[in-house]
Design a protein around this ligand. Structure first.
Ligand code: E4P
Length: 216
């Protein structure tokens, strides 16, 4: 399973990248706005900086909602760097745009996915990645991880090549459960990635080893 970091914050991207386990980055308009990035030039430059920092796929989301505008915007985003994956919302125009990008050799990430039906459509359109939003489903009393398992089963039976990119991850347990359920990628906040490190028995064990090492 690949690890992406879900942020536009360069310090956090660098910290995750320095761990040596990072395979890519996802962003969205909320995450970009959180970093105070405004205006076309600043947005494009920020994506370029991320591409230069990380060796992997970098998702950049279109801000338009019609097919023609999404295609025009996606072409500009894809031209920033070969690592760019154009992130497209799960709408009728979005599906048409994903098909267009697929036919024209541009990688895509279909975002805002909340059902197996949407997952089938995105795969048919040739999406490179599919982003089911685990945490937001959990917030509505539906089990987000169950959706990952359902999509993984459908994609395996049907031989779809689209990679399942579990998004809206809120904690380390989400990562473990998504790995078990067959996600190809987890995109996570830095805290959730670092949370995987934690176990008090490791800390207690290390303290004892270091103490005993003084007696050696
Ligand atoms: C990433 O691709 C998604 O946009 C992101 O994971 C959404 O996360 P949120 O539900 O915490 O906003």
């Amino acid at each position: 399973m690949k690890f992406f970091i879900d942020t536009a914050n360069l310090v956090q991207i660098k910290e995750a990248n320095d761990l040596g386990i990072l395979d890519g980055v996802t962003t969205n308009p909320t995450l970009m706005a959180r970093e105070g990035i405004k205006g076309n030039d600043e947005i494009l430059n920020h994506y370029k900086t991320i591409c230069e920092l990380v060796d992997g796929d970098i998702s950049a989301e279109v801000l338009s909602i019609t097919f023609d505008e999404m295609v025009a915007e996606g072409k500009i985003l894809a031209a920033i760097h070969p690592k760019i994956v154009v992130k497209v919302p799960m709408t009728k125009d979005g599906i048409m745009a994903i098909k267009w990008f697929t036919d024209n050799g541009i990688k895509t990430n279909c975002t805002l996915v909340f059902s197996a039906g949407q997952a089938i459509l995105a795969a048919k359109a040739g999406a490179t990645y599919l982003s089911p939003f685990i945490g937001r489903l959990d917030d509505t009393n539906w089990d987000g991880v169950d959706l990952i398992a359902q999509i993984a089963n459908i994609y395996a039976i049907q031989g779809f090549k689209t990679e399942i990119l579990a998004a809206s991850i809120r904690n380390p347990l989400h990562i473990i459960k998504c790995a078990e359920a067959g996600a190809n990628v987890c995109t996570c906040p830095l805290d959730s990635i670092l949370g995987l490190l934690k176990n008090p028995l490791t800390d207690i064990g290390l303290a004892k080893f270091l103490d005993d090492a003084k007696k050696m």
